[in-house]
Ligand binder design. Sequence first.
Ligand code: GLY
Length: 447
Amino acid sequence: MTDVAEPPVTSAGSRSGGLRVLIVGGGGRDHALATALAASPLLGELHAAPGNAGIAEVATCHPVRFDDRAAIVEIARGLDLDFAIVGAEDLLVAGLASELQAAGVPCLGPSVGAARLEGSKVFAKQLMERGEVPTPDWEACTDVATAHAAIARFGGAVAVKADGLAAGLGAFVCPTTELAHAAVDALLVERRFGVSGDTVVIERLVAGDEASVMAIVDGTRVVPLPAARDYKRLGDDDAGPNTGGMGAHAPSTDIAPDAAADLARAVIQPIVDQLAADGTPFRGVVYAGVMLTADGPLVLEYNCRFGNPETQALVRVLGADLLDLLHRAAVGSLDGIDAVPVNGAAVAVCIAAEHYPDLQLEPAPVRVSGLDAARGIEGVELYYGLSEPVRDTTDAIDAAGGRVITVSAWAPDVATAIDRAYAAAALVQLPGRHLRRDIGQPALARV
Ligand code: GLY
């Protein structure tokens, strides 16, 4: 794939001084979005709440606690925004987009009703059934005996999922009955994720290649973005526990760009239609986690926001102005826009702190260095997690959290993007760091 970027269409309703935008968030995904929006000629002012050390280089950051929705709304009200975009699912599920809209701040993010698409796996499965979106067989269970019966009914190989949010860690892939019973115990007996696991979804295990299929949605219309591939397990070759995602590449090489756009329309439009019919139209980004099986695609889950870390690769390959697309979605005018074209290839490698993904441990602050040299590699951008700048240097940050930094490399082809990403990752220093060494490798077999 070569340069196919089209000139951006003029944004509907933008003011002469450029668009005023607030990004709510402070992680790697938000840093990637901020960097992409800051590159748009349509931008007037970019704000972030709370932002991070990297976002502060392209936006005005407003310190606030991540989960303090009332304070975020107050900040947004004072900024005369064209729109706000909310990165994190927990804020959306808790109703931040609804609260911003009620305060007169246009928001690109689903209302509390529409965010149930991610907030409840049972709700999402029911929507899929109503919209006739293909998904693996499933059953919702609230007690151990019923869950064990469902596991037996599906032949012992299942995915066990907490119904509610669990920071991306609430899904257990269980090839055997023993593992499935242990996952049920973790959720229903140990209550590892509290009330989020009071209901579990038992889902027949299916095999294939996974694709992260996202689209920008304005309430009724769906504009597909290039598909991406996420690497969810902690270790190489998909070994070890699930994480929020240890890396990504975009575009997916398991599905051709045109077919990916058709797939996005096929699995996202029916959901958008159902939500609109229910009086809870979806405005924002719908993410479908799809398994490409020998019998066709099956949707495993929906998220109600940009994927993390898929976004850190995705923004690098968009052949259109992201700010223009997001603004059009926020004001409900995506009509006439087809799928977003692909420009080159990108590989995003997350570098995690020692404890990740163990969320029981309080994340210890770490000093990250070597950033200037890493950024010096051609095609490389660095996206930070929760972090503070270090005085008088761009070479280091003080960071907290699990996935501390994402190295995102763009190139005309995926092989070069892999080389660039790992050359840069080798230069980033932090104590106890760990990263996967195989991000992008499955794509090489396909090109
Ligand atoms: N990478 C998976 C997610 O964003 O939930």
